[in-house]
Design a protein around this ligand. Structure first.
Ligand SMILES: [Zn+2]
Ligand SMILES: [Zn+2]
Length: 320
Protein backbone atom coordinates (compact mmCIF):
# COMPACT_ATOMS: atom_id res chain seq x y z
CA UNK A 1 0.00 0.00 0.00
CA UNK A 2 1.36 3.37 -0.91
CA UNK A 3 0.46 6.93 -1.71
CA UNK A 4 1.52 8.49 -4.99
CA UNK A 5 1.80 12.26 -4.89
CA UNK A 6 2.21 14.48 -7.92
CA UNK A 7 2.87 18.22 -7.73
CA UNK A 8 1.13 19.87 -10.69
CA UNK A 9 1.84 23.43 -9.55
CA UNK A 10 4.48 24.61 -7.08
CA UNK A 11 4.63 28.37 -7.70
CA UNK A 12 3.13 30.78 -5.18
CA UNK A 13 0.95 33.87 -5.37
CA UNK A 14 0.75 34.19 -9.16
CA UNK A 15 1.45 31.91 -12.15
CA UNK A 16 4.76 33.20 -13.46
CA UNK A 17 7.69 32.05 -15.54
CA UNK A 18 10.94 33.80 -16.43
CA UNK A 19 10.62 36.05 -19.52
CA UNK A 20 11.93 34.78 -22.89
CA UNK A 21 15.18 36.73 -22.69
CA UNK A 22 16.04 34.96 -19.42
CA UNK A 23 15.43 31.59 -21.10
CA UNK A 24 17.71 32.68 -23.95
CA UNK A 25 20.57 33.26 -21.51
CA UNK A 26 19.70 30.05 -19.69
CA UNK A 27 19.88 28.01 -22.93
CA UNK A 28 23.20 29.68 -23.74
CA UNK A 29 24.52 28.50 -20.37
CA UNK A 30 23.23 24.96 -20.95
CA UNK A 31 24.94 24.81 -24.37
CA UNK A 32 28.21 26.15 -22.99
CA UNK A 33 28.03 23.55 -20.24
CA UNK A 34 27.49 20.79 -22.83
CA UNK A 35 30.79 21.61 -24.53
CA UNK A 36 32.74 22.42 -21.38
CA UNK A 37 31.68 18.99 -20.03
CA UNK A 38 33.62 17.42 -22.90
CA UNK A 39 30.66 16.53 -25.13
CA UNK A 40 31.03 17.27 -28.83
CA UNK A 41 28.51 15.20 -30.82
CA UNK A 42 24.70 15.69 -31.14
CA UNK A 43 24.27 11.97 -30.37
CA UNK A 44 25.49 12.74 -26.84
CA UNK A 45 22.74 15.30 -26.12
CA UNK A 46 20.30 12.81 -24.53
CA UNK A 47 23.01 11.41 -22.25
CA UNK A 48 24.00 14.94 -21.23
CA UNK A 49 20.41 15.98 -20.50
CA UNK A 50 19.59 12.80 -18.57
CA UNK A 51 22.53 13.51 -16.28
CA UNK A 52 21.11 16.85 -15.15
CA UNK A 53 18.35 17.36 -12.56
CA UNK A 54 15.07 18.50 -14.16
CA UNK A 55 14.91 22.02 -12.61
CA UNK A 56 18.48 22.85 -13.64
CA UNK A 57 17.36 22.52 -17.26
CA UNK A 58 13.65 23.26 -17.24
CA UNK A 59 13.22 25.45 -14.17
CA UNK A 60 10.76 25.05 -11.33
CA UNK A 61 7.59 25.72 -13.34
CA UNK A 62 5.02 28.47 -13.68
CA UNK A 63 1.82 26.87 -12.36
CA UNK A 64 0.37 27.55 -8.91
CA UNK A 65 -0.64 25.05 -6.25
CA UNK A 66 -2.30 21.82 -7.24
CA UNK A 67 -1.35 18.46 -5.74
CA UNK A 68 -2.75 15.07 -6.73
CA UNK A 69 -2.70 12.23 -4.22
CA UNK A 70 -3.49 8.70 -5.37
CA UNK A 71 -4.08 5.68 -3.15
CA UNK A 72 -4.87 2.21 -4.53
CA UNK A 73 -8.61 3.02 -4.53
CA UNK A 74 -8.97 6.76 -4.56
CA UNK A 75 -7.73 10.12 -5.75
CA UNK A 76 -7.64 13.45 -3.94
CA UNK A 77 -6.78 16.83 -5.43
CA UNK A 78 -5.59 19.59 -3.12
CA UNK A 79 -6.33 23.09 -4.43
CA UNK A 80 -7.17 24.36 -7.89
CA UNK A 81 -4.26 26.61 -8.80
CA UNK A 82 -3.28 26.86 -12.45
CA UNK A 83 -1.56 23.46 -12.16
CA UNK A 84 -4.97 21.76 -12.21
CA UNK A 85 -5.27 22.46 -15.94
CA UNK A 86 -2.52 19.96 -16.83
CA UNK A 87 -4.02 17.44 -14.40
CA UNK A 88 -7.38 17.94 -16.14
CA UNK A 89 -5.76 17.30 -19.53
CA UNK A 90 -4.28 14.05 -18.28
CA UNK A 91 -7.65 12.98 -16.86
CA UNK A 92 -9.34 13.74 -20.18
CA UNK A 93 -6.95 11.45 -22.07
CA UNK A 94 -8.86 8.63 -20.38
CA UNK A 95 -5.69 6.77 -19.46
CA UNK A 96 -6.40 6.95 -15.72
CA UNK A 97 -9.70 5.06 -15.84
CA UNK A 98 -11.20 7.90 -13.84
CA UNK A 99 -12.52 10.13 -16.62
CA UNK A 100 -15.94 10.47 -14.95
CA UNK A 101 -14.66 10.68 -11.41
CA UNK A 102 -15.90 11.08 -8.81
CA UNK A 103 -13.28 13.78 -8.29
CA UNK A 104 -12.48 14.98 -4.79
CA UNK A 105 -11.00 18.47 -4.40
CA UNK A 106 -9.93 19.80 -0.99
CA UNK A 107 -9.56 23.58 -0.85
CA UNK A 108 -7.03 24.87 1.69
CA UNK A 109 -8.26 28.45 1.16
CA UNK A 110 -9.50 30.71 -1.62
CA UNK A 111 -6.66 33.07 -2.50
CA UNK A 112 -6.41 33.59 -6.27
CA UNK A 113 -3.38 31.34 -6.71
CA UNK A 114 -5.34 28.39 -5.28
CA UNK A 115 -8.56 28.83 -7.29
CA UNK A 116 -7.44 30.29 -10.62
CA UNK A 117 -7.29 26.92 -12.39
CA UNK A 118 -10.72 25.63 -11.30
CA UNK A 119 -12.63 26.94 -14.36
CA UNK A 120 -10.19 24.92 -16.49
CA UNK A 121 -10.93 21.61 -14.77
CA UNK A 122 -12.84 20.04 -17.66
CA UNK A 123 -14.87 17.45 -15.67
CA UNK A 124 -17.03 20.39 -14.47
CA UNK A 125 -18.50 20.57 -17.97
CA UNK A 126 -19.14 16.87 -18.61
CA UNK A 127 -22.58 15.29 -18.03
CA UNK A 128 -22.34 12.33 -15.67
CA UNK A 129 -19.20 13.57 -13.94
CA UNK A 130 -19.18 14.14 -10.19
CA UNK A 131 -16.97 16.76 -8.54
CA UNK A 132 -16.89 16.85 -4.74
CA UNK A 133 -15.47 19.92 -3.02
CA UNK A 134 -14.22 19.84 0.58
CA UNK A 135 -13.16 22.72 2.85
CA UNK A 136 -13.38 23.85 6.43
CA UNK A 137 -14.63 27.30 5.41
CA UNK A 138 -18.44 27.31 5.78
CA UNK A 139 -18.73 29.59 2.73
CA UNK A 140 -17.32 26.83 0.48
CA UNK A 141 -20.33 26.62 -1.84
CA UNK A 142 -20.78 30.36 -2.38
CA UNK A 143 -17.03 30.80 -2.92
CA UNK A 144 -16.91 28.12 -5.63
CA UNK A 145 -20.11 29.44 -7.24
CA UNK A 146 -18.49 32.89 -7.29
CA UNK A 147 -15.64 31.61 -9.47
CA UNK A 148 -17.99 30.49 -12.24
CA UNK A 149 -19.60 33.87 -12.64
CA UNK A 150 -19.78 36.45 -15.39
CA UNK A 151 -17.90 38.71 -16.09
CA UNK A 152 -15.01 36.80 -14.48
CA UNK A 153 -15.80 33.59 -16.40
CA UNK A 154 -18.30 33.14 -19.23
CA UNK A 155 -19.92 29.91 -18.01
CA UNK A 156 -22.09 30.40 -14.91
CA UNK A 157 -22.15 27.78 -12.17
CA UNK A 158 -25.76 26.86 -13.03
CA UNK A 159 -24.66 25.82 -16.54
CA UNK A 160 -22.07 23.28 -15.36
CA UNK A 161 -23.04 19.80 -16.53
CA UNK A 162 -21.35 17.80 -13.78
CA UNK A 163 -22.94 17.04 -10.44
CA UNK A 164 -21.16 19.28 -7.91
CA UNK A 165 -21.31 18.34 -4.24
CA UNK A 166 -20.03 20.42 -1.31
CA UNK A 167 -18.71 19.05 1.98
CA UNK A 168 -17.92 21.43 4.82
CA UNK A 169 -15.47 19.67 7.13
CA UNK A 170 -15.03 20.10 10.85
CA UNK A 171 -11.54 21.19 11.89
CA UNK A 172 -9.27 18.41 13.14
CA UNK A 173 -11.88 15.71 12.51
CA UNK A 174 -10.96 12.76 10.24
CA UNK A 175 -13.08 12.22 7.13
CA UNK A 176 -13.03 9.10 4.92
CA UNK A 177 -12.87 9.12 1.12
CA UNK A 178 -12.69 5.40 0.18
CA UNK A 179 -9.30 4.24 1.51
CA UNK A 180 -8.09 7.80 2.25
CA UNK A 181 -8.50 9.50 5.61
CA UNK A 182 -8.20 13.28 5.49
CA UNK A 183 -7.97 15.56 8.52
CA UNK A 184 -7.77 19.37 8.26
CA UNK A 185 -5.52 21.34 10.63
CA UNK A 186 -5.04 25.08 10.80
CA UNK A 187 -2.00 26.71 9.19
CA UNK A 188 -0.58 30.18 9.91
CA UNK A 189 -1.99 32.23 7.05
CA UNK A 190 -4.45 35.09 6.58
CA UNK A 191 -8.09 34.43 5.72
CA UNK A 192 -7.51 31.44 7.22
CA UNK A 193 -5.89 28.46 5.48
CA UNK A 194 -6.31 24.81 6.41
CA UNK A 195 -3.56 22.25 5.94
CA UNK A 196 -4.35 18.60 5.46
CA UNK A 197 -3.12 15.27 6.77
CA UNK A 198 -3.82 12.50 4.27
CA UNK A 199 -3.46 8.90 5.48
CA UNK A 200 -3.81 5.55 3.77
CA UNK A 201 -2.34 2.09 4.29
CA UNK A 202 -0.05 3.24 7.10
CA UNK A 203 1.42 6.15 5.08
CA UNK A 204 0.85 9.83 5.78
CA UNK A 205 1.23 13.04 3.78
CA UNK A 206 1.09 16.51 5.40
CA UNK A 207 0.09 19.44 3.17
CA UNK A 208 1.40 22.64 4.77
CA UNK A 209 1.07 25.30 2.06
CA UNK A 210 0.30 28.21 2.58
CA UNK A 211 1.73 28.81 6.03
CA UNK A 212 4.05 31.28 7.73
CA UNK A 213 5.02 28.75 10.38
CA UNK A 214 4.72 31.28 13.19
CA UNK A 215 3.84 28.43 15.56
CA UNK A 216 6.75 26.01 15.79
CA UNK A 217 6.98 24.53 19.29
CA UNK A 218 4.67 21.70 20.34
CA UNK A 219 3.02 24.04 22.83
CA UNK A 220 2.40 26.71 20.19
CA UNK A 221 1.02 24.21 17.70
CA UNK A 222 -1.28 22.73 20.33
CA UNK A 223 -4.27 21.00 18.73
CA UNK A 224 -2.67 21.36 15.26
CA UNK A 225 0.45 19.41 16.24
CA UNK A 226 -0.81 16.06 14.78
CA UNK A 227 -0.46 17.58 11.29
CA UNK A 228 3.30 17.22 11.75
CA UNK A 229 3.43 13.87 13.55
CA UNK A 230 3.94 10.38 12.05
CA UNK A 231 4.46 11.92 8.63
CA UNK A 232 6.24 10.27 5.71
CA UNK A 233 6.17 13.33 3.45
CA UNK A 234 5.55 16.96 4.35
CA UNK A 235 4.92 19.64 1.70
CA UNK A 236 5.96 22.94 3.25
CA UNK A 237 5.82 26.63 2.31
CA UNK A 238 9.33 27.99 1.64
CA UNK A 239 8.73 31.14 -0.36
CA UNK A 240 11.27 33.23 1.54
CA UNK A 241 14.81 33.37 2.85
CA UNK A 242 15.08 33.85 6.62
CA UNK A 243 15.73 37.65 6.31
CA UNK A 244 12.75 37.98 3.92
CA UNK A 245 10.61 36.07 6.40
CA UNK A 246 11.45 38.66 9.05
CA UNK A 247 10.71 41.54 6.64
CA UNK A 248 7.43 40.03 5.47
CA UNK A 249 5.84 39.19 8.79
CA UNK A 250 2.11 38.40 8.48
CA UNK A 251 2.34 37.79 4.71
CA UNK A 252 1.54 34.14 5.41
CA UNK A 253 4.56 32.38 3.91
CA UNK A 254 7.56 30.70 5.45
CA UNK A 255 11.18 29.64 4.97
CA UNK A 256 12.60 26.14 4.55
CA UNK A 257 14.53 26.39 7.82
CA UNK A 258 11.27 26.67 9.77
CA UNK A 259 9.94 23.49 8.15
CA UNK A 260 13.22 21.67 8.79
CA UNK A 261 13.11 22.53 12.50
CA UNK A 262 9.65 20.98 12.79
CA UNK A 263 10.64 17.98 10.64
CA UNK A 264 13.79 17.29 12.68
CA UNK A 265 11.92 17.42 15.99
CA UNK A 266 8.98 15.30 14.82
CA UNK A 267 11.00 12.76 12.83
CA UNK A 268 9.32 13.53 9.49
CA UNK A 269 10.98 11.35 6.85
CA UNK A 270 10.89 13.62 3.80
CA UNK A 271 10.16 17.30 3.17
CA UNK A 272 9.41 19.00 -0.13
CA UNK A 273 9.53 22.80 -0.16
CA UNK A 274 7.39 24.92 -2.46
CA UNK A 275 5.22 28.01 -3.05
CA UNK A 276 8.17 29.55 -4.89
CA UNK A 277 8.02 33.31 -5.13
CA UNK A 278 6.52 34.54 -8.43
CA UNK A 279 9.75 36.48 -9.05
CA UNK A 280 12.09 33.59 -8.23
CA UNK A 281 14.33 32.42 -11.10
CA UNK A 282 16.12 29.05 -11.15
CA UNK A 283 19.21 30.62 -9.54
CA UNK A 284 17.18 32.09 -6.69
CA UNK A 285 15.54 28.79 -5.80
CA UNK A 286 19.00 27.16 -6.01
CA UNK A 287 20.26 29.82 -3.60
CA UNK A 288 17.39 28.99 -1.19
CA UNK A 289 18.44 25.36 -1.55
CA UNK A 290 22.07 26.23 -0.75
CA UNK A 291 21.05 28.16 2.37
CA UNK A 292 18.78 25.29 3.43
CA UNK A 293 21.63 22.77 2.99
CA UNK A 294 23.90 24.94 5.12
CA UNK A 295 21.23 25.14 7.83
CA UNK A 296 20.48 21.41 7.68
CA UNK A 297 24.18 20.52 7.98
CA UNK A 298 24.62 22.91 10.90
CA UNK A 299 21.66 21.26 12.64
CA UNK A 300 22.64 17.70 11.73
CA UNK A 301 25.25 17.57 14.48
CA UNK A 302 22.47 18.14 17.01
CA UNK A 303 19.94 15.59 15.74
CA UNK A 304 19.92 11.94 14.82
CA UNK A 305 17.16 11.80 12.22
CA UNK A 306 18.27 11.92 8.62
CA UNK A 307 15.71 13.80 6.58
CA UNK A 308 15.44 13.72 2.81
CA UNK A 309 14.46 17.14 1.53
CA UNK A 310 14.33 19.07 -1.73
CA UNK A 311 12.60 21.94 -3.47
CA UNK A 312 9.61 20.97 -5.63
CA UNK A 313 9.49 21.46 -9.36
CA UNK A 314 6.32 21.26 -11.41
CA UNK A 315 5.59 17.65 -12.37
CA UNK A 316 7.55 16.11 -9.49
CA UNK A 317 6.18 12.72 -8.44
CA UNK A 318 6.88 10.99 -5.15
CA UNK A 319 5.69 7.63 -3.83
CA UNK A 320 5.60 7.01 -0.09
ZN1 LIG B 1 -0.72 30.61 -2.12
ZN1 LIG C 1 -2.72 32.18 0.44
Amino acid sequence: MSLQIKFWGVRGSLPSAPPPIDWTYHIEGVLRNFFSSGYRDPSQISKYIQGIEVPLLGGYGAATTCVEINSPKSQLIVDGGSGIRNLSERIMTGTTGRAKGPFHIFMTHFHWDHVIGLPFFTPHFIPGCEVHYYAVQPELESLIRGIFKQPYFPVPFEALKAKIVFHVLEPRKPYKIDDLTITPYKLDHPDPCWGLKVESGGKAYAHCVDTEGTRVTREELGEDLPLYQDIDLMYFDAQYTLPELAEKANWGHSAAQVGLDIAIREGIKKVIFAHHDPGARIEQVLELKRQTREYYESRSRAHKNDILWDFAHEGLEITI
